[in-house]
Design a protein around this ligand. Structure first.
Ligand SMILES: [Zn+2]
Length: 292
């Protein structure tokens, strides 16, 4: 069995964006020794993630879950570190039996992405305060159902969290005694203090291509550098979140799993370590967490 050089712990080759080049993109990654976990965000993309994983004997895995943005119809449209991200989200109810069935598949290595997203950009959402409040409550309910599912199948969580870290940490502090296999904070966007709290709760922190971006108005890349520097390599995972946020030097292109090397390179540069050391340790971390 070949050993992976790197693992892209959060990819979306299961998304529509890769409809025409899915096989090539996967081949390019595998040829470079990059394994990947394709992450579902609702029923359809979760099913497709499993289907893709089953096509490959080795190196391609799936995660299944219902992303908090898919709990109501909305036009998602925002700037992520200077990059415009736009998609239409269709609402879906969480069908426990359906996700349980998917979760039991041996190629499924995690439950997610699930979590909280309190980033309300659209004006009409912000205007209706009570609606926002009930949407938050609903997100918390559905996240709890993912925790239950993770416990049921004994698999870790892949957590999405945007503008809701304090609420999420509160929830994890209350529920973590019941959460057996922990998980990862994907596309980490919180503060150093919050990162430390997640680590104390037993979670890994995953970084995306955003850490390679040049400092912007909010100096976000500098803040990321400080977080990467301060937290132990034994707690770090790397990801692309492709097709979004392609890292430097691929900015402006469609992101893909083979570019995860640029994220690992940046972690190495920030921490003053060799690329091989970072690739080796983050791969070991991912294999331990996801049992692959
Ligand atoms: Zn994602």
């Amino acid at each position: 069995m070949t050993q992976p050089k790197l693992i892209d712990t959060h990819a979306h080759v299961n998304f529509h964006d890769f409809k025409n080049d899915q096989d090539e993109v996967i081949k390019r990654a595998l040829d470079e020794g990059v394994w990947m976990i394709n992450v579902g965000a609702q029923r359809e993309t979760s099913e497709r993630a499993v289907k893709i994983a089953k096509k490959y004997e080795q190196g391609i895995f799936a995660a299944i879950g219902l992303h908090p943005s898919h709990l109501e119809d909305q036009q998602v449209d925002y700037q992520e570190s200077g990059e415009e991200i736009k998609y239409k989200s269709r609402s879906e109810e969480f069908d426990h039996d359906l996700y349980l069935k998917l979760a039991k598949d041996e190629k499924v290595v995690a439950i997610g992405e699930c979590g909280l997203d309190f980033h309300f950009r659209s004006e009409n959402q912000a205007r209706e305060k009570s609606k926002v409040q009930s949407f938050k409550v609903k997100q918390k309910e559905i996240f709890l159902k993912h925790i239950q599912l993770a416990n049921e199948v004994r698999k870790p969580l892949i957590i999405h969290c945007r503008d809701a870290h304090d609420a999420l940490i509160d929830m994890l502090q209350v529920t973590s005694f019941a959460l057996q296999d922990r998980g990862v904070m994907h596309f980490f966007s919180g503060t150093l203090e919050q990162a430390k709290k997640y680590i104390d709760l037993g979670f890994y922190i995953s970084f995306s291509g955003v850490i390679t971006f040049p400092p912007l108005r909010r100096a976000s890349a500098n803040e990321y550098a400080e977080i990467v520097r301060q937290i132990p390599l034994e707690k770090i995972l790397v990801e692309t979140d492709c097709p979004y946020v392609a890292p430097v030097p691929r900015r402006g292109q469609k992101n893909e799993p083979s570019y995860v090397k640029y994220v690992a390179q940046k972690v190495a540069e920030i921490k003053g370590l060799s690329f091989d050391k970072v690739a080796g340790q983050t791969t070991k971390n991912a294999r331990e967490l996801f049992g692959i």
